[in-house]
Each structure stands twice: as structure tokens, then as C-alpha cells.
Ligand binder design. Sequence first.
Ligand code: KIV
Ligand code: ZN
Length: 387
Amino acid sequence: MTRKIDIFDTTLRDGEQSPGASMNTEEKLVIARQLLRLNVDVIEAGFPISSPGDFESVRRISELAGDAAVVCALTRAVDKDIDSAADALKFAKRPRIHTGIGVSPSHMRDKLRITEDECIERAVHAVSYAKKYVEDVQFYAEDAGRSDFAFLARVIEAVIKAGATVVNIPDTTGYSLPEDFGARIKYLMDNVAGIDDVTVSVHCHNDLGMATALSLAGVRNGATQIECTINGLGERAGNTAMEEVVMAMRMHGEELDAHTDINTREFIKASRLVSSITGMNVQANKAIVGANAFAHSSGIHQDGVLKKRDTYEIIDPAEVGVGQSQIVLTARSGHAALKHRLEELGYEYEGEELDRLYTAFLDVADKKKEVYDEDLEALVNERDREE
Ligand code: KIV
Ligand code: ZN
């Protein structure tokens, strides 16, 4: 049996930090219901101190989730943030406080203006303070991706001693290369006392388009929780996309020694829901949930897929909630695709008849991006009149 990897969804917190994607409480509740259908392990419901609306969202999602998922609230390493998070989580059956602080030279020197020792002191205080309220305390080492290995290990060891149950190693700026990020996680696994007794989480951003690869490198090296969002929504270039990491673990479970409990058939619904609520469109060529993810338009590919789906598709579309693969008729399509579509429309064409229709089809196709059923019907009717 492979390791179970927890899926920590942060669509409602980090995802919502994406410019233009803010959501009200009712909208967040609709998405939270879908996250429960997906069977995520943890829902990061918001940052309660940031606004009364976010406080209310965390409170209502706590009631909604019951014991179906851990509900998590974000804080800085600041007492009043932690008080507010604890209050918002009051009705959660499985509450988690997620507190943390910047640990890279740039964050400590330029943003927080603190020394390394002060950073550790604040981190330990925040975790101990949160422990007064809840058993389950997750610590984030912000900008861990650009931090000094040995210092990061000192921080993580100190917060584990203070009672952290989960340690989150974010690549906040999406700076790392997958091999280096994996080596960072391995270094922590090998050098931090007590790390085997806690959950190690990875939280990666997509600034170089590598959030999925970074998260999987983390898992390969010992992480057992991935933080992610639907459609990869999130700050700047976004967070790790849940649908991508989950499907990658499904494809490569043995190699990664990893599986999740996600109900992948809910991915398309989740993707469309988040896109329609936030107004953030999903690019057509987005992996797993993009409109073209299971569409084939070139003749060679269409011929292959029509003979056997997996010649050009690694995932059965039904597994992620897509009805079926799509054969899109374009000027790159071949005889096989045209014949197939005509058959679906109830027309049988073979041999020379098919060749003639194909020539007429190419005439139309060269003038359009896509040839639709109406175009085919018109072509068929034209041929009938000519005969
Ligand atoms: O990217 C980041 O470091 C974060 C933390 C607050 C977890 O979002
Ligand atoms: Zn983040």
C-alpha cells in the first residue's frame, strides 16, 4: 500500500488572494460543499483577522464541514490573529490553526526586520499560543524555498518541539527547481529531530510554471500533505493545481509511493464552479480541466484515438468527470475522423464517396477554425443534390 497524501485545499484562502478572485461568504460555502464532494482532507477556509467577512466564512464552513474535513484558519505569528482564528473555528469539529512567519533572509531582513533568533522565538511563541486553543497546529515557514537549509531546519525543529502537528514548507515565490526543492525536503527529513512524528506539507507557487513538479518532488522526498487549489488559482501565477497533482499521483502512484482519497470524478464540476464564481477563466489547454484537455484535432491523433483511446490519452476522461474525449473537426483532420463523425450523425460514407466528401470538407475546413455538425449536414445535403 502506498502512502496516503493529504490534500489541503486553499482555494478559499490563497486562491482567493488572486487579484479579481475575491468571494463572499455564500460563494465560499458553495465551493466548500464541492470541496467536501471531492473529499479533500483539509479546507483552508480563510484568514479570520483579515475581515469580518472572512471571519464569518471560516465560522460557517466550520459548521458545514462537521467531521468530514479538517477546517483550517490562517494567521500571522501574532496573538490577536490567533485569538481571532480560534474564535472563528469555535464550532469546527476538527479545527486547525495555521500560523507562521517568514524565514528567508529577505523576509527577515527586509519585511520583518528581525534576527534569526527573534524569528525562532516568534515562531515558537505562535505555535505554543495556538496550542492553548487547538491540538492541531500547522506552522508555515514562509519563503522556505529561498531560506538557508540549516536555519530552516532549526526553525522546524523548534516548532515541532513547541507542539506543531504539521510543518508546512512553502516555496512562496515559486523560485525553486524541483530537484532542489526535493533536496530541501530530504534535508529536513534527515536533519530535524521529531520530523517523523509530524506531517510534512508542501505549498508551492507557480511563478516559473513548476508548482506541480515542486509539490511532487516534495512528496518523493517525504512530504505527505500537498497544499493546492482548484484550477491552480492563487497569488500571481497561482498555487499548485489540485487536479494536476492528484492525477499525477494516480498515474505514478507506485513510483511516488503515494495515493490520495480524492473523488476525481468531481474535478470538472469543481473547476467550472470555481471559474464561474471567481470569473477567472480556465485556459483551454490547461491540464486535466481545460476545454482542450481531451480534445483531438489532428488527423494522426484522431485516427489513433478512434482506434484505441489511450494511444493519445493517458487519462480516461470519465475519471475526471468529462463525458468523453472530443474529436474536433478541423483542416488537420483526416478521413477517419470525418467518417466517424458522419456515422455519429447517421451517415455511412465509404471509398470514393468518402474521398469526394472529404475534399469538399477540406474546402470548408480551410476557411474555419472548426467544422461543426451543421457544416457537415450542409455538405451531405449538397452532395445528395448533386447526385
Ligand atoms: O505562499 C505562502 O507562503 C503562503 C503561506 C501563508 C502558507 O501562502
Ligand atoms: Zn501561498
